[in-house]
Design a protein around this ligand. Structure first.
Ligand code: HAM
Length: 421
């Protein structure tokens, strides 16, 4: 009989791997909370309409990547492919704009896209992201981009490229679209089949096509930066100036467009080159989406945000040598000692120590010690027959050549020193 397997492109995160996730999540919280972001947790499932209306009908996500199902034949629901639409929905549903002029939210969690699985590209993946509502200026864009760069430095992701562009507002984009179509239409036959279709639906996306025949053509396309309206140009220049003042490394990439339809003005993407990262090198992306809240039926409220892909960050980070942990393992020689071990372990845990016990009734002390040695713990406490009779515990450091004996009464008081010495 076949054993059940996980859904393709959806992965387990096992306990020996989860430490790296915890560290990233902890650092992310610490960083964004220091910038005034508060955490929001939204459902994994939303009405399908939320995504079609906000992400855009002519995007890869909505066209072919959503996990959509009918809820018992009633409403159409979708597993969230990203976090921005859900946050916007929650922002409106709880009329947050009536409570505060500026809102800073962050989130972490799984997202779902039915893409072709590859290294760094999964069908369930995890994002950490932030959204700011109520500030239309370029300064907040720069501050948030700089925050993402600082975070990446903090967690040891080196060798990144920060790409910045502007898509302008609706008026700029309409003018640019005409110019782009004028440039692309005569070359229609040379474009990939996908891009020929996009000529009708979403010509801007042709600029970031991966097909070599499209790339050669995109290279010579007019730049949207030459079409910016006065207001859009001012926003972009102030963004660039603020990033320069902050000393944030960045490059202007006039062909950057990204795969979601809701962006206007500032757009950015951070690419990695290090570690085991392959072709899926976009670590983070985001931008301004000033029209979304209104398009979802709310007031006109500007917004800016980004999301990082956690799996890709982990691939980009160099693997640090696993250090021994501040953890204790208690070994026991016989049944009486095993009972004692549960009592002792509970007392140590109440004092905030991390304690494991090896309670297997038939395992010898030797095999228990071998297992403890491999566990990454720092200290073992041994309850042998003789030690039990004398009211003492033997201790042994697993990361250093140190051992000794301590009385049961003194153990709690001395444990910290035994772990740290
Ligand atoms: P996105 O560029 O679609 O933007 O995704 C952000 C990041 O999520 C990517 O840079 C990548 O690291 C990661 N990612 C995306 N798809 C996958 C996948 N299939 N497997 C692994 N990682 C993936 C957004 O989602 C926007 N909501 C960002 C945003 C927030 N814009 C404004 N606010």
């Amino acid at each position: 009989m076949n054993t059940p397997r996980a859904v393709k492109g959806m992965n387990d995160i096992l306990p020996h791997e989860v430490g790296r996730w915890h560290r990233l999540e902890r650092e992310f919280r610490k960083t964004v909370e220091s910038y005034g972001f508060g955490e929001i947790r939204t459902p994994l499932v939303e009405p399908t309409e939320l995504f079609t209306r906000s992400i855009g009908e002519a995007t890869d996500i909505v066209e072919k990547e959503m996990y959509t199902f009918a809820d018992k034949g009633e409403k159409s629901l979708t597993l969230r492919p990203e976090g921005t639409a859900s946050c916007a929905r929650a922002y409106l549903e709880h009329t947050i704009h009536a409570r505060e002029a500026v809102t800073r939210w962050y989130y972490m969690g799984p997202m779902y896209r039915r893409e072709r699985p590859a290294k760094g590209r999964y069908r369930q993946f995890h994002q950490a992201g932030c959204e700011v509502y109520g500030d239309h200026g370029p300064f907040v864009d720069a501050e948030v981009i700089d925050m993402v760069v600082s975070f990446l430095e903090r967690v040891g992701v080196k060798d990144i490229r920060v790409l910045v562009n502007s898509l302008g507002g609706p008026e700029t984009r309409a003018r640019y679209r005409t110019a782009l179509l004028d440039y692309l239409a005569p070359q229609r036959e040379k474009l990939s089949a996908d891009s020929q279709r996009r000529l009708e639906t979403n010509p801007l996306r042709i600029l970031d096509s991966k097909a070599p025949e499209d790339q050669a053509i995109a290279e010579g396309a007019p730049s949207i930066l030459d079409f910016l309206s006065e207001e859009d140009r001012k926003h972009f220049d102030l963004l660039v100036g603020t990033l320069e003042s902050l000393g944030t490394p960045f490059e202007i990439e006039r062909r950057l467009v990204r795969g979601l339809d809701y962006y206007s003005r500032t757009l950015f993407e951070i690419q990695g080159r290090g570690g085991e990262l392959g072709a899926q090198n976009a670590l983070a992306g985001g931008g301004r989406y000033d029209a979304m809240i209104e398009e979802l039926g709310g007031p006109s409220i500007p917004a800016f945000g980004f999301a990082l892909g956690i799996e890709r960050l982990l691939l980009a980070m160099s693997e640090e040598a696993p250090a021994t942990e501040d953890r204790v393992v208690i070994l026991a020689a016989n049944d009486r000692a095993r009972t004692e071990a549960t009592v002792l372990a509970r007392a140590l845990r109440l004092a905030d120590h991390r304690v494991e016990t090896d309670l297997r009734p038939t395992a010898s002390l030797k095999s228990q010690l071998r297992r403890a040695d491999r566990s990454g713990a720092r200290l073992v406490l041994i309850l042998g027959e003789d030690e039990l009779a004398r009211g003492v515990v033997q201790w042994k450091r697993l990361d250093a050549d140190k051992k000794g004996e301590v009385s049961r009464d003194a153990l709690l008081g001395q444990l910290r020193a035994l772990l740290d010495d």
